[in-house]
Design a protein around this ligand. Structure first.
Ligand code: ZN
Length: 278
């Protein structure tokens, strides 16, 4: 075994990691009992936390896009790796989208507190590697701040795992192969919000969303992000330079595979203590 963080007594796949295994179903925390979680901790100290947002995605995109996509990628990574997956945190930092009906936002300080408490709860049970799979760019800065705060609290509370606790943020939409494929398929029409890549993934996950798809006028270009009123003035229909009508469910299936492949690899390195950003 490469590390105590990720030892396993279950059947393993061959390969360099020697630890990642393939299972038919993700191990979902929601469906486990506490003795099962205790037993899991005997073989793996890693856990995946899906992080989304509940915010407008243009006139045709689902409000839940970022939560649906983060959870789907997390479950696929969990299925392929055998690493436990928590319920999704479906509300994120979306203050600048509050000018559009349906958006539900946590202030940065609230999201920081939520993520901090999630990390500290998990760390108190002995989890040492918290892998947050994120679906929303607006969560990035706050997530990093929450990790920094969590390390400090773990130490000040004297948690046994404090010296070994690591958190990593994995943004599925910025994984290299995902960005490259989005560029191949959509070029500049990928844009920056309500992108055809993320909308494709939602169409793959929820076929009923296809009924909303229709051609849209030229989008407003991407620009600086300030408050909700300014965002709506600059981006009247909620899009930033994107053409979500290009989205296709089969593209979504491909993005799910590309994202999961990249993140399983990244997760393996994280669990094996290999250095990487975050
Ligand atoms: Zn999004």
């Amino acid at each position: 075994m490469r590390s105590t963080v990720f030892s396993t007594t279950e059947p393993t796949s061959s390969g360099a990691s020697g630890a990642l295994r393939t299972s038919s179903e993700a191990i979902r925390l929601q469906l486990r009992s506490w003795p099962e979680v205790e037993a899991y901790l005997e073989r793996c100290k890693g856990v995946i936390v899906p992080l989304g947002s509940t915010e407008q995605h243009g006139p045709t995109g689902a409000i839940g896009t970022d939560a649906l996509t983060a959870e789907a990628v997390a479950l696929e990574v969990g299925r392929r790796s055998g690493v436990l997956v928590t319920p999704a945190q479906a509300f994120g930092m979306a203050e600048h989208h509050l000018g559009f009906a349906g958006t539900v936002s946590l202030q940065p300080s609230t999201l920081l507190a939520v993520l901090h408490d999630i990390v500290l709860s998990l760390a108190s049970h002995g989890f040492e590697r918290i892998y947050v799979i994120n679906g929303h760019g607006g969560n990035i800065a706050t997530s990093r701040a929450a990790f920094a705060q969590s390390y400090g609290t773990a130490a000040s509370r004297g948690l046994p795992v404090a010296g070994r606790l690591r958190c990593r943020l994995a943004n599925w939409f910025t994984a290299g192969p995902v960005m490259q494929e989005a560029r191949n398929l959509y070029g500049d029409r990928e844009g920056h919000h309500a992108t055809p890549s993320e909308i494709s993934l939602t169409l793959h996950l929820e076929p009923s969303l296809g009924a909303k798809q229709r051609p849209l006028p030229e989008p407003a270009p991407a620009g600086p992000i300030h408050g909700p009123a300014d965002f709506r003035r600059r981006h009247p229909d909620g899009r930033m330079g994107s053409d979500p009508f290009l989205a296709q469910p089969q593209h979504g299936e491909l993005f799910l595979d590309l994202a999961a492949t990249a993140l399983v690899d990244d997760l393996g390195r994280f669990l094996a203590d290999e250095d990487a950003p975050d």
